[in-house]
Design a protein around this ligand. Structure first.
Ligand code: NAD
Length: 476
């Protein structure tokens, strides 16, 4: 089939390359000339495992091309996927739909044949219907178009795998023809047995925001438990393991730590809150305010614990930060919890050295203040404290003995709760983590050691909205 993918960022570039890889003729479209030049030359404009290979392969075999021309897109195909951004509005919690609207406004008058426009961006429920009306008002006489929604569930770091072998496909359509076209697009996945849920556009739009709300709730739930663990001397990792054995609950997304970030979960739950208010069912999802607040609080708690570990002074103290991206295996720093913590510590006067395997270029643009280091040892040299903020596997594999030889003092705050506590403490490190006792108690004596996180330090500075805070609008 011939199809276009409009918006070639983290979602669209992968979707375009994967659609070509399963045999379609694909034209990727973006307004960002530099991105299109890179993609057309077979270079991925961001870090995503596996993307460079499928990009190169499908450009070479001629099934994948890129352009900045919407007119070329209108001429090329009758099926258009829309993958542009839907960020949080600067003045409210709601999603900014200006990019999806711009695509519809630009494309509609250029269409000369009946077409199917399929949104993949994450949008508030009701968007497809509104865009359909917007589209109809701009079409040439005699041309018809349907707007369908096919939300995307890919995870950065696994985006290629998630696109080629999704755990489900959800399509929201208003005609059997649209359903048939989408079944043809995804025929190889359907043959492989991927569940295909065909429904109305409103339900499809809601599946995505409901899924993200559920995941965010699970993460904030265990982080709330971590706060209770800190106040009571209990251990949140053992708690999560024990909860996870219950198959009704499951262990995934029950990892306590610094919380979630990125270009999706935080803004999606806020947009859901805003849309529910518009629909006058705000009360039904008002718990998401609390989920957001718990999540933001973990950033502050991490700063507090760093302050405590450094004995109450941050000014001039050297802190090494491991990780800048919002998650491992990505270069994405949008609303990164790691950068939010780094920024607060810079503001409190500490001397920050930040390492990240792939995210340094984006981090340098997002946050000035820290020194960015390409090498872990260089970042940790003479550090009074090391913060583990993004769980890249290379940090888990660090040798605590070797690292203890370059730091000024062997203090580690593992904000992702994944380092081997016994190994690090055995190598002489003072190791702390949110929701875990300061020392590992011998079996059966867990309540002998009670750990209390002190009141928040420097309330004025810490209370300032972090990048991506509900109150601060778009990430810095
Ligand atoms: P992104 O910022 O990486 O990409 C958006 C792209 O759209 C950019 O390249 C931008 O230049 C382009 N664009 C903007 N306006 C345009 C226009 N009028 N015409 C053509 N191109 C235009 O964002 P992303 O992370 O790819 O997210 C896109 C959407 O997908 C969002 O709604 C997001 O919530 C959703 N989503 C993202 C992921 C993810 O993991 N990143 C997963 C699922 C869903």
């Amino acid at each position: 089939m011939r199809l276009t993918v409009i918006g070639t960022g983290y979602l669209g570039a992968v979707h375009a390359a994967c659609m070509a890889d399963i045999g379609h003729d694909v034209l990727g479209v973006d307004t960002d000339t530099r991105k299109i030049e890179a993609l057309a030359a077979g270079r991925a404009p961001f870090f995503e495992p596996g993307l460079p290979e499928i990009l190169a392969r499908n450009i070479r075999n001629g099934r994948l091309r890129f352009t900045t021309s919407l007119a070329e897109a209108a001429d090329f195909a009758d099926l258009h996927f829309v993958c542009v951004g839907t960020p949080q509005r600067a003045d409210s919690l709601a999603a900014d739909l200006c990019h999806v609207e711009a695509v519809v406004d630009g494309l509609a008058p250029l269409l000369t044949r009946d077409s199917l426009v399929v949104g993949k961006s994450t949008v508030p429920v009701g968007t497809a219907r509104a865009l359909s009306r917007r589209m109809a008002a701009r079409l040439r006489p005699g041309v018809d178009s349907e707007v369908a929604w096919n939300p995307e569930f890919l995870r950065e770091g696994f985006a290629v795998q998630d696109t080629l072998t999704p755990d489900r496909l959800v399509v929201g359509v208003t005609s059997p023809e649209a359903d048939r076209m989408l079944r043809d697009v995804y025929a190889p996945m359907l043959r492989a047995g991927v569940p295909y849920v065909s429904t109305d556009p409103a339900t499809a739009e809601l599946v995505k925001v409901a899924a993200n709300s559920f995941l965010a709730t699970k993460i904030s739930f265990i982080n709330a438990m971590a706060e209770v663990c800190d106040a009571s001397g209990a251990d949140v990792v053992t708690l999560a393991d024990a909860l996870g054995h219950d198959t009704r609950i499951g262990r995934r997304f029950l990892s306590a730590g610094l919380g979630f970030g990125g270009g999706c979960l935080p803004k999606d739950i806020r947009a859901f809150l805003a849309r529910a208010e518009e629909l006058q069912v705000g009360e039904a999802v008002s718990f998401l305010h609390e989920i957001d607040r718990i999540n933001q609080r973990q950033r502050r708690r991490t700063v507090d614990l760093a302050f405590q570990l450094l004995g109450g002074t941050l000014a001039g103290r050297r802190i090494a930060v491991l990780g800048a991206t919002f998650k491992p295996d990505s270069d994405d720093v949008r609303d990164s919890p790691a950068l939010a913590v780094t920024e607060q510590l810079v503001d409190l006067g500490a001397d920050l050295r930040v390492h990240d395997p792939e995210g340094l270029d984006n981090a340098r643009v997002a946050l000035t203040g820290p020194v960015y280091c390409a090498d872990v040892m260089e970042a940790c040299k003479d550090a009074d404290l090391v913060l583990h903020l993004t769980e890249w596997s290379q940090y888990r594999a660090l040798d605590p003995v070797a690292l203890s030889e370059v730091v000024r003092a062997p203090r580690m705050l593992d904000a992702r709760n994944v380092l081997d506590q016994a190994a690090w403490r055995g190598a002489g490190w003072q190791l702390r983590a949110l929701g875990r006792p300061a020392h590992v108690p011998p079996p059966g004596q867990g309540d002998a050691l009670r750990v209390t996180i002190p009141q928040s330090v420097a309330p004025a500075a810490c209370a300032a909205p972090a990048p991506g805070d509900p109150l601060s609008g778009a990430p810095k």
